[in-house]
Design a protein around this ligand. Structure first.
Ligand SMILES: NC(=O)c1ccc[n+]([C@@H]2O[C@H](COP(=O)([O-])OP(=O)(O)OC[C@H]3O[C@@H](n4cnc5c(N)ncnc54)[C@H](OP(=O)(O)O)[C@@H]3O)[C@@H](O)[C@H]2O)c1
Length: 320
């Protein structure tokens, strides 16, 4: 994908000053539709980074207990509904599940204006599909964050729509740098982003799990093996970021000829480790493409003011 990435930026969240300046110039409030995992990650990151204050964030979430939880924990403002939220927020972030998009878009379009910026984080939902609901060309950014955004360690790719302006991209960068790093790509690469960094945390969880089991097999306690593995992955990733060296260069540096590490790497090659990970990215990218192609321009019945979750079992839900 080299050459296709248009821009790459590490988060400025740790020091906060730059984000605060960006927040001062930002149109407010920022409206977030959907207060689930990602909606909460955005609220938390935007506030904790100092980009915006709680009263500069407006959200809507249909489930009352969840609304109360978000209001109580972050002091962010809750809108009466999606129409109200869009009418009051010049910047709107769509953070509902892809299957909820057909019911939410007509509500957005009921009060959207030409100066609105619509940012969608919905996996596999193309910009042209969102545009097909709207009465005029809308300034839009498609974003694909990932789950470490929950702890402001996310990786987000951003793709602008043809009608997005330069300031829209800067706004989106400031928002997503509050929850990690950002990369700007062409929209045609968003499925690949989903297959790589969107789904990537699950691959890394699997790697950590497998290494841990290996340690346990060799006699380490579960606790010690997991702690050692997690810190090893964290440290190795930090080393790549801080040195800027290619992983293959770093790998060569730790392989003594005839030593232990090269024996381990040889065993990994025999097991097809690298090919398995490459295939994981390719398979997930393909699946994302299929889901995008399967989207139909249909409008379902809008939800009532829900009291129970509308879907199956969730993971990563923060309740405290
Ligand atoms: N989680 C990830 O790792 C990840 C990574 C990248 C991108 N994304 C994208 O982020 C989006 C949100 O994912 P998520 O994990 O945050 O899902 P989630 O936890 O299910 O959050 C979605 C929230 O939207 C609410 N909602 C449903 N219908 C709504 C409506 N009509 N108006 C306003 N809110 C409504 C849901 O409420 P109910 O619970 O009552 O239905 C739920 O709280 C998805 O499109 C996903 O593709 C997620």
């Amino acid at each position: 994908m080299r050459g296709e990435i248009l821009h790459f930026h590490f988060s400025s969240a740790p020091d906060g000053n730059l984000l605060t300046e960006q927040g001062e110039g930002m149109r407010k409030p920022v409206g977030i539709i959907g207060g689930g995992n990602m909606g909460e990650a955005l609220i938390a990151g935007i506030i904790q980074s100092g980009l915006l204050s709680p009263e500069e964030i407006l959200f809507f979430e249909p489930r009352m207990d969840r609304r109360d939880y978000l209001r109580g924990k972050y002091q962010a403002l809750s809108a009466k509904g999606n129409v109200d939220l869009v009418a009051r927020s010049p910047i709107v972030i769509l953070a509902v599940k892809p299957q909820s998009v057909p019911e939410v878009l007509p509500e957005i379009c009921a009060s959207i204006r030409k100066d609105h910026l619509l940012i969608s984080i919905c996996a596999g939902v193309p910009l042209h599909y969102l545009q097909s609901f709207c009465p005029f060309p809308v300034r839009m950014i498609r974003a694909m964050p990932n789950i470490p955004a929950l702890i402001q360690k996310g990786a987000t790719a951003l793709a602008p729509s043809p009608h997005a302006q330069a300031e829209d991209l800067s706004t989106a960068e400031a928002i997503f740098q509050a929850i990690g790093i950002t990369v700007i790509v062409k929209e045609s690469l968003m499925d690949a982003v989903t297959g790589l960094s969107g789904s990537g945390p699950a691959y890394v969880f699997a790697v950590i799990e497998a290494l841990t089991v290996g340690g346990v097999k060799e006699g380490l306690s579960q606790e010690a093996a997991l702690a050692l593995t997690t810190q090893t992955v964290l440290g190795a990733a930090h080393l790549i970021q801080s040195t800027g060296k290619h992983p293959a260069t770093l790998r060569d540096q730790v392989c003594t000829p005839g030593g232990t590490t090269i024996s381990g790497l040889y065993a990994m090659e025999e097991g097809g480790f690298k090919l398995a990970l490459m295939n994981a990215v390719i398979a997930a990218t393909q699946r994302c493409k299929e889901l995008g192609e399967g989207l139909k321009r249909t409008v379902s019945t809008p939800p009532a003011n829900r009291t129970k979750r509308g879907r199956g079992k969730k993971t990563f839900r923060k309740t405290k």
